[in-house]
Design a protein around this ligand. Structure first.
Ligand code: IMP
Length: 185
C-alpha cells in the first residue's frame, strides 16, 4: 500500500467493506446478471463519477460481451441534500432504442436522482431498464424505483472510498468506510 492510501485510511472511523469483500460481492452480482441477461445484448450505463470503480470491477466480472456508456448528471440541491431536479452534464453516446440497459450506481441514498434517471432513459425507447447498485441506504427503500441488484444495504451514514467522495477526496480508497469526526471539523 502506498503512502497516500495509508494517509487516507487514517481518516476513516470504521471500515465497512474491504476490497476483497467488495470484489466478492460484485462477482456474485455479475453471476446473477449473466443468468438474467442470457441471450440478450447488455448495455451498462455508469453514472459519473462515483460509479467508476463499481463499473470497472462489475464489468470485468462479467464473462460475456457487454457495452459501457457514461452519463454525468448534476442534481440541484442544498449542500448534501439531493432535490431530484437534475441537469445532464454529459449525455450517453449510445442510442437506447431496443437496448437492454443496466444502470450501474455506487450508492442510492434518497433515490431522487435515480428516479429521474430511470424515467429519462425509459423515454428513449429501450427494451428494458434495470438498476444495479453496490450500496443502498435505508431511505432508498421508500422510493418507488425497483432496484434489481443490490450489493449491500448499509446504515444511514456518510461513507467514502471505492469511488465515493467527500469534497472530491477518498474516491481512490480501495475499501469503503465512514469518515472520522476530525475530518469534518
Ligand atoms: P440520491 O439522489 O439521494 O440517491 O443521491 C445519490 C448520490 O448522492 C450518489 O450518487 C452519491 O454521489 C451521493 N451520495 C449519497 N450518499 C453518499 C455517501 O454516503 N457518500 C458519498 N456520496 C454519497
Amino acid at each position: 500500500m502506498d503512502r497516500q492510501h495509508v494517509e487516507s485510511e487514517l481518516d476513516l472511523e470504521q471500515t465497512l467493506f474491504t476490497e476483497d469483500e467488495i470484489l466478492a460481492r460484485l462477482r456474485e452480482m455479475a453471476a446473477q446478471i449473466e443468468a438474467d441477461y442470457e441471450g440478450k445484448d447488455l448495455l451498462l450505463v455508469g453514472v459519473l463519477k462515483g460509479a467508476v470503480m463499481v463499473m470497472a470491477d462489475l464489468a470485468r466480472s462479467l464473462d460475456r460481451h457487454v457495452e459501457m456508456d457514461w452519463m454525468a448528471i448534476s442534481s440541484y440541491g442544498s449542500g448534501t441534500t439531493s432535490s431530484g431536479v437534475v441537469r445532464i452534464l454529459k449525455d450517453l453516446d449510445t442510442d437506447l432504442t431496443g437496448r437492454h440497459v443496466l444502470i450501474v450506481e455506487d450508492i442510492i441514498d434518497t433515490g431522487l436522482t435515480l428516479s429521474w434517471l430511470v424515467a429519462n432513459l425509459r423515454s428513449r425507447g429501450p427494451a428494458s431498464v434495470e438498476i444495479a447498485t453496490l450500496l443502498r441506504k435505508p431511505e432508498a427503500l421508500q422510493m418507488d424505483v425497483d432496484v434489481t441488484y443490490v450489493g449491500f444495504d448499509i446504515p444511514n451514514a456518510f461513507v467514502v472510498g471505492y469511488g465515493l467522495d467527500y469534497a472530491e477526496q477518498y474516491r481512490n480508497l480501495r475499501c469503503i468506510g465512514t469518515l472520522a469526526p476530525h475530518v469534518y471539523s
